[in-house]
Write a protein that binds this ligand. Sequence first.
Ligand SMILES: Cc1cc2nc3c(=O)[nH]c(=O)nc-3n(C[C@H](O)[C@H](O)[C@H](O)COP(=O)(O)OP(=O)(O)OC[C@H]3O[C@@H](n4cnc5c(N)ncnc54)[C@H](O)[C@@H]3O)c2cc1C
Length: 375
Amino acid sequence: MEDVVIVGGGPAGLTAAKTLAESGISPLLLEASPEFGHKACGELMAENLYGFSVSNFLTKGVVERVHEEIAIRFYDETFVVSRRGGRGLISKLRIPTRLLFINRKKFERGLAAKARASGATIKMGVRVFKIERGSDFLVINDEIRTKLLVGADGALSIVRRFLGLEPRDLAFAMSGRVKINSLAEEWRNLELPMLIVDPGKIADRGYGWIFPGRTEANVGVGIFDGHERFVRGLWKTFERTLGIEDRGEEPETRGAFIPLSLSRKTWVDNVLLVGDAAGMVDPLTGGGLNGALLSGWLAARVCEEAVRKNETKGTLKKYEERWKSHFLTSYLKSKLLSRLFYSFFINRKKLTSWITRHPILGGSYSSPNPHTHKS
Ligand SMILES: Cc1cc2nc3c(=O)[nH]c(=O)nc-3n(C[C@H](O)[C@H](O)[C@H](O)COP(=O)(O)OP(=O)(O)OC[C@H]3O[C@@H](n4cnc5c(N)ncnc54)[C@H](O)[C@@H]3O)c2cc1C
């Protein structure tokens, strides 16, 4: 009988596995894919968010670039949101942290190596297709018995479905890495990660992005009322906007769903949900790496306590209390902002252009790259 089985070896599951293993409890992690870091991702994360720093989970060589600012291009205007506060009121909305452009493959491999070195067993290429209840244990795929189960299996989680909870509000996004030299001149010299909001041209209810690394950039596009087929069409337009197509480079692109609403429950009896499986994503940006790490870490701490005390229900309950104290306020603010933004401001070009250009309100720049703007 296993103490803890983790389903899914993405950022949330691997963080849980590493944390548990380092505390002396050896979990079994089952990952459907044969390789780490296979999932589509923009690879940008905050260094410190929700009162939780990710530094302990980043191994050498994972961070490719560190940013203190992010540029947002709204139609033809670009403004910068920084840690120090920018030129206009909008830009004064500070980002609370440094932003890290990471290499996701290296990130997941590094976490897995640390988890294994501390005693976790990680089985790759094992898809969980069946979960059943025993008296006070669970049976996975007819053969593995476990006292506790952590669902870290992403947006379409089988563990969450086992709990009778369907995913809600799914967005869909696509991304890929391209050589910086293959971008059109206008986008090639970006110093900052950039979000591009341009309905009609990029996405009606969503945005595109360019996150520059040293030699490659991560580019992507996502929409918030996510029909996969629709985004795949948008991708072609986005590629043309960035000039990629003209240079004959066909980036390897991947797409995936992003849950924009929290799961109604994140804990039932001896089962916990973490990361995308729990819907721990910022609903304004669709960013879920920080929520994945935070929830993976919190779940592991609670599982450790439950195993040591041999007491499940009362202990696992603490998981929900803890993640709420870190994450809930920020989530609710983002939810409100996303409603305002994607239903109102995004399609009011004149109003938003006026606000972003206004010297006191927006403080925007008319060049896509504010750091090379001459005037
Ligand atoms: C295109 C795109 C770009 C994004 N960019 C960013 C970004 O820049 N910054 C950011 O913060 N967030 C970003 N996100 C969101 C981020 O990728 C997710 O929030 C994050 O990956 C969640 O981690 P996770 O471990 O919970 O789930 P996942 O990363 O989805 O990992 C789940 C794992 O479970 C495995 N699995 C699934 N089902 C089973 C099963 N039945 N049995 C065994 N294993 C299973 C999967 O193979 C997968 O490896 C992006 C998402 C997309 C789609």
